[in-house]
Structure formats: structure tokens, C-alpha cells
Design a protein around this ligand. Structure first.
Ligand SMILES: C[S@@+](CC[C@H](N)C(=O)[O-])C[C@H]1O[C@@H](n2cnc3c(N)ncnc32)[C@H](O)[C@@H]1O
Length: 270
């Protein structure tokens, strides 16, 4: 993970704050702001062993109850401040929320999680990132299903709203493997309960409105965007048009296509 010296880091939705605490090995406490979606009392009761007091003792600013999808909530965080905003292992809580959302809009978990990530990027680039800083957002997630079905490289951007005068569009600029050994005592927390999620191969997906950022030299670009590949299924290259048609008729492709169409429809009301 690219964490340059003196970069101001902001974490979003950091379950038990153990990732933010592990970041202190890389950044100074005054350059770190941590946030949780849960309120302080929920955090303390949900995760018996959490890193809140360690962060407070180190002098880190911690904000609770920050819903990254909600503009008013996001604006409680320092604006125009961070160089890098990080959301590790984002996941919409399943309790209540899925049921509510499905009732309201008859949509799926896939759509809700895309919606979460889209707003993370939109609000970070509109309010949270410093207009003259690094201008980077990181999403760390596993690259297996159901996460791979979010089409994270292609579906969340471009985002046009940004607080930088000189910026272009916010785009996915590449990914790198997440090296968990760099983050001591970091536990990936279950979104709903006092449980841990197993550490498995994960990638950091990097977004910026600076398409020539030097970070690109360490990132892998998304090859499935090229002609002859299927970006939704990450398959290809297809040898000829018959192979491509066969692929389009597979059950797997049809399911991915449906996620894509649902998201396009949802974007019209964002
Ligand atoms: C699987 S947990 C991962 C927790 C933590 N980031 C980690 O890496 O251990 C998913 C996290 O997403 C957060 N989250 C879900 N919806 C959110 C929202 N609307 N705004 C901010 N965070 C959210 C949850 O609170 C939860 O902590």
C-alpha cells in the first residue's frame, strides 16, 4: 500500500479500528483520522476487543456514526483535508438494511454494495480529499465472488463531481495486492457481529482524478477492458465472434449482465 511520509490518511468504516491502529506504524498520529459507521457505544459493545482507546491515547482523531453514503454525515468529517481515503473490506450490514432496501426498491445486495462504494468515491472526491494533495482513494477487497460481482474496476466510475479545479474524471487507475503483514494486529471484522473474517488474498483498488499519478508505476491495470475480453466476467481473449456469442449465452455471463443492467438503471436515480 502506497503510504508516502507525511500523507494525511482518512479511514472509512473501520469496524473495530484495528486497521487504523496498524496504520500508526506507517503514518504519524496527527496525520491520521479514523472513522467508524457504528456509534461509539455500538462499537464498544459489538467488538469487545477494539482499538479505540489505543487510537485516542495516541492522539488520533476518531469520528463515529459516519455513513459514507449520506452527504450530511460525511460533512461531519474534516473537509478538503485528506491525501488518501481508505475503505477496507466494505460491506453493507445485512441486518435490517437489506430487508429495508429490498422492500423499498426490490434490489439486491450486489446493488447495495455498489451503491456504498460509488458514494464512498463520490463523497471522498467531492469533500474529503485535499484539492492539492495526493488525491487517492483505496478500496481493499477480496477478488472472489460475491465481491468480484461488484465489477469494481469498471462500474463505479467515471465520477465527475470533484473538488479539484485541475482534475479530470475520477477513474480506476489500477490495483495491487494487499500485504497484510504490513498491518500488525489488523483484524478484518464481521460487519454485524464480534467475529473476524479470515484474511485471504485481497487487492487494493486505487482511484484518482490524476491519471498521471506516480503511483501508477506500482499498479496493475485492468486488462479485461481491452477488445476481445469480457470485463464483466473477466474472461478472454475470445478467439472469434462465435466464441464471444457462446460466452454471452452462458449462465454466468447472463447473471453478470443482469447485475450490470440493474446498476445502470440504479445510476439514473443517483
Ligand atoms: C466487513 S466489515 C470491515 C470492517 C473494517 N473496514 C475492516 O477492514 O476490518 C465492513 C465495514 O463496512 C462498514 N460500512 C458499511 N456500510 C457503511 C456506510 N454506509 N458508511 C461507512 N461504513 C460502512 C461497516 O460498518 C463495517 O465496519
Amino acid at each position: 500500500m502506497y503510504l508516502p511520509t507525511n500523507a494525511r490518511i482518512l479511514t472509512i468504516g473501520d469496524g473495530d479500528l484495528s486497521f487504523s491502529r496498524a496504520l500508526l506504524a506507517h503514518v504519524a498520529p496527527e496525520n491520521l483520522i479514523a472513522s467508524t459507521y457504528d456509534s461509539e457505544s455500538t462499537l464498544r459493545s459489538k467488538y469487545k476487543s477494539n482499538a479505540l482507546d489505543d487510537l485516542l491515547l495516541a492522539g488520533v482523531s476518531v469520528f463515529h456514526g459516519i455513513d459514507i453514503t449520506n452527504a450530511k454525515s460525511v460533512q461531519q468529517l474534516p473537509s478538503n483535508h485528506a491525501d488518501i481515503v481508505i475503505f477496507n473490506h466494505p460491506l453493507v450490514p445485512t441486518q435490517k438494511t437489506y430487508a429495508q432496501y429490498q422492500k423499498e426498491r426490490n434490489k439486491t445486495a450486489n446493488l447495495m454494495n455498489r451503491n456504498l462504494l460509488y458514494h464512498f468515491l463520490k463523497h471522498s472526491f467531492k469533500w474529503l480529499l485535499s484539492s492539492n494533495g495526493e488525491r487517492l482513494c483505496y478500496i481493499t477487497t477480496k477478488s472472489v465472488k460475491p465481491y468480484s460481482h461488484w465489477h469494481i474496476e469498471t462500474s463505479l466510475t467515471p465520477i465527475v463531481e470533484s473538488n479539484s479545479n485541475t482534475s479530470g474524471l475520477v477513474e480506476f487507475i489500477g490495483s495491487e495486492a494487499f500485504d497484510v503483514s504490513l498491518f500488525k494486529h489488523y483484524l478484518i471484522r464481521n460487519v454485524d457481529r464480534d467475529k473476524c473474517v479470515k484474511h485471504e488474498a485481497s487487492d487494493i483498488y486505487v482511484y484518482s482524478d490524476n491519471n498521471v499519478h506516480s503511483i501508477k508505476s506500482r499498479l496493475t491495470t485492468f486488462k479485461y477492458n481491452q477488445k476481445g475480453y469480457c470485463p464483466l466476467c473477466r474472461k478472454g481473449p475470445f478467439a472469434n465472434s462465435e466464441d464471444w456469442v457462446l460466452h454471452q449465452n452462458t449462465r454466468i455471463h447472463k447473471a453478470q449482465w443482469q447485475y450490470h443492467v440493474d446498476w445502470l438503471e440504479h445510476q439514473t436515480i443517483l
